[in-house]
Design a protein around this ligand. Structure first.
Ligand code: NDP
Ligand code: MG
Length: 387
């Protein structure tokens, strides 16, 4: 009998983390969670640790360590705190796969440590590849670790590519739901509130990615992510709006054939596929009944109403640290929007301003990404402080 695959679940208390833990819990013969981490929801982390009994629980916010330790000591679960502990916990011998389901820039350092330690990565944290895709790909060349995409679109592309010659790929068609403002005019989108932006039509996700979906920044990030994951030139990666979220992405081949991957919009499917090293887990989700979706429709995305989408090709053309800059500025802008500091339309203008004002490094090393991330955050904050 094979031993269960040992998983470090980073971002265990989030939307992806909890769905991954569902799968792990239902399949003890296949998986064991050995490390769980969270940002600051310490009570949620404690609850999950008591259920899943990892060896170690890590909290990013150091002030919460005493509470975590006191609660988990009686169970013999070790505890740690802080960004360094979070990055280094992935290196332990009792980890086979690291699921990166933290949000934003915080995913980069643990992923870099995991690759250096030769761990496989189930990658949910797309920001890692947005910030430093070229750097991560260089690290992968010298490592035994492999990346299995969790993002539904990239899982779909990976599934469409099985058995195919990469030289015969003509285009990647990354589908997008279009988010809650798909049919809204620009003037209304400009003034949309956080409550309106948080109402995603098809997916239930964490707050940050839900706002990114409303602005279509999420799709821009996914185009960048696809470029780094699959090595396809940016001009051959396109977004297609598909409001029903049944086709999760498509690959067009040079003979004109197009392959699509379909399924109900349920992240259990791509999470299970990634944890299983691109293999199928029976019963991961419910069955798709196509008759319930009589119309599968497609639209060209409107970059005028969703200018964030256009940033993907801008930064892929510019290269260097430009994608790191837009990611950092977006994180600041989304947080300000969620705190009702800026209207929705200012998210794009905050990013545009930071992209213009932040230094650009053409061939960055790791420390350059760290510095540019800090600088872009400061520039974005300066812009927001005008409001
Ligand atoms: P959530 O906001 O639901 O969860 C985020 C998790 O990360 C929580 O466990 C949170 O801890 C933790 N966290 C937040 N900030 C930090 C930090 N600074 N350091 C360490 N941990 C931190 O996000 P999602 O699960 O929705 O998304 C996670 C990632 O997966 C994102 O990169 C997203 O783009 C990607 N993704 C998500 C999809 C989805 O369906 N949700 C689909 C495809 C990709 P705490 O609870 O304590 O705050
Ligand atoms: Mg996605």
């Amino acid at each position: 009998m094979n031993t269960p695959r040992r998983i470090a679940v980073l971002g265990a208390t989030g939307s992806i983390g909890r769905q991954a833990l569902d799968i792990i819990y239902r399949h003890p013969e296949l998986y064991k969670a050995t490390v769980l981490s969270a940002g600051r929801r310490v009570d949620d982390l404690i609850e999950l640790a008591v259920i899943h009994r990892p060896r170690l629980a890590v909290i990013a916010d150091e002030s919460l360590l005493p509470r975590l330790r006191e609660a988990l000591e009686p169970y013999g679960i070790a505890t740690a705190a802080g960004p360094d502990a979070l990055a280094e916990c992935v290196e332990a011998d009792d980890i086979d796969t690291v699921l990166t389901a933290t949000v934003g820039y915080s995913g980069l350092a643990p992923t870099v440590h995991a690759i250096k330690a030769g761990k496989d990565i189930a990658l949910a944290n797309k920001e890692t590849l947005v910030v430093a895709g070229e750097f991560v790909n260089r690290l992968l060349k010298d490592s035994t670790s492999r990346i299995f995409p969790v993002d539904s679109e990239h899982s779909a592309v990976a599934q469409c590519l099985v058995g195919e010659d990469p030289e015969r790929v003509a285009r990647l068609l990354i589908t997008a739901s279009g988010g809650p403002f798909r049919t809204w005019p620009s003037e209304k989108i400009e003034k949309a509130t956080a409550a309106e932006a948080l109402k995603h039509p098809n997916w239930s996700m964490g707050a940050k990615i839900t706002i990114d979906s409303a602005s279509m920044m999420n799709k821009a990030f996914e185009i960048i992510e696809a470029h780094h994951l699959f090595g396809i030139a940016p001009e051959r990666i396109e977004a297609v709006v598909h409001p029903q979220s049944i086709i999760h992405s498509m690959v067009e081949f040079t003979d004109g054939a197009v392959k699509a991957q379909l399924g109900v919009p349920d992240m259990h499917i791509p999470i299970a596929y990634a944890l299983g090293e691109n293999s199928r887990l029976p019963g991961a989700s419910r069955t798709l009944r196509l008759e319930d979706f009589a119309n599968l429709t497609f639209e060209k995305p409107d970059v005028k109403r969703f200018p964030c989408l256009g940033l993907a090709h801008t930064v892929l053309t510019a290269g260097g640290t430009s994608a790191c800059t837009i990611n950092a500025a977006n994180e600041i802008a989304v947080a300000a929007f969620l705190n009702n500091r800026i209207p929705f339309g200012e998210i794009f203008r905050t990013i545009e301003s930071a992209l213009y004002k932040t230094n650009f490094i053409a061939n960055p090393c790791y420390d350059d990404y760290v510095a540019i991330n800090d600088e872009a955050r400061a520039k974005a904050q300066e812009y927001i402080d005008k409001f």
